[in-house]
Design a protein. Structure first.
Length: 305
């Protein structure tokens, strides 16, 4: 394999094809000298890269502070240096077997967004009539549609997210691998924006199943990526030190000192301060209410492992 980065200078037919396309121009203006705020979008095949570029061509550049680079893995038998695909700064789109290796990172918590369960890791949006799930943190499609807050909390705790296209209903993904029931594009884009906001996330993989995708599926994926990038540019806006945040102290017989909850003024997201480590961890208003009533929610128990 060999890693290729998009550069219009390498192929003159792009000069006319993508002239005036804002997001493509963003890729072209990438500077290797800027490490801060750099983010890579990587396809696992030339075919996926080409169709994604066409989809990106219709999108605006709303990310003035991001240094974006787009690339793909070719078929040449040359090893891709791991330093070229840094965790925490890369989103990978591609065939299942080509991205599995990136997810096998020791001690990294992986969350799946999928209609079917693959393993015992947490799954968001799984459909009970397609698969059962034994992980207590997993959230079915029905539970998720009733209340998105638990899914939002899980995403904020994830270090790697593996989004399978079969999580989306066929009507929105137009992928032959999607069932007729599933997430719609609006909810999926919300989840992608939440993933982009996360400071814990090291890797996001979008599983296309095959090494090529239909045009309309590429449009769906490019839209999802756009909202993920919107989350990226806003992930520094929230700090626990902001005086304008709402703070709640809850006494509990489970701990000697009151538990501190914080609600971000700019995002409305809930956090609690771990009584022992003093680290701020994601939670929801439901967790706050449960502890106020003397219970310790499973979501908070799992965060303390």
């Amino acid at each position: 394999m060999k890693l290729h980065w998009y550069d219009r200078k390498d192929d003159k037919h792009y000069l006319k094809r993508y002239a005036g396309c804002q997001l493509i121009e963003k890729f072209e203006s990438f500077s290797a000298d800027i490490e801060e705020r750099t983010f890579n979008i990587l396809a696992t095949s030339t075919e996926i890269a080409e169709i994604l570029l066409d989809a990106f061509a219709g999108l605006d550049d709303n990310f003035p502070d991001l240094n974006l680079r787009f690339g793909w893995i070719g078929n040449e038998k040359v090893d891709v240096a791991s330093r070229e695909i840094p965790f925490g700064k890369t989103l990978i789109v591609g065939k299942d077997k080509d991205i599995k290796g990136y997810l096998k990172v020791p001690n990294v918590k992986v969350v799946h967004i999928s209609s079917r369960t693959r393993d015992l890791q947490p799954h968001i949006g799984f459909q009970r009539h397609l698969a059962k799930n034994d992980n207590p943190r997993s959230i079915s499609l029905g539970e998720m549609q009733t209340d998105l807050s638990d899914s939002e909390t899980i995403i904020r705790t994830a270090e790697a997210i593996h989004l399978h296209l079969d999580a989306l209903r066929y009507e929105d993904s137009l992928s032959e691998h999607s069932p007729i029931t599933g997430l719609d594009i609006y909810t999926t884009c919300k989840l992608m924006r939440l993933a982009g906001l996360s400071k814990k996330l090291q890797l996001l993989c979008i599983n296309t199943v095959t090494d090529t995708i239909p045009v309309r599926t590429a449009e769906t994926i490019s839209t999802m990526i756009w909202y993920f990038l919107e989350g990226q540019i806003n992930k520094e806006i929230e700090t626990m030190k902001q005086k304008e945040n709402d703070i709640y102290l809850v006494s509990s017989n489970l701990y000697d000192d009151p538990i501190k909850f914080v609600v971000g003024n700019k995002t409305g997201r809930w956090w609690y301060q771990h009584p022992s480590t003093k680290e701020y961890l994601p939670c929801s208003d439901k967790d706050y209410k449960a502890i106020s009533m003397g219970n310790l929610p499973d979501a908070i128990l799992s965060l303390q492992d």
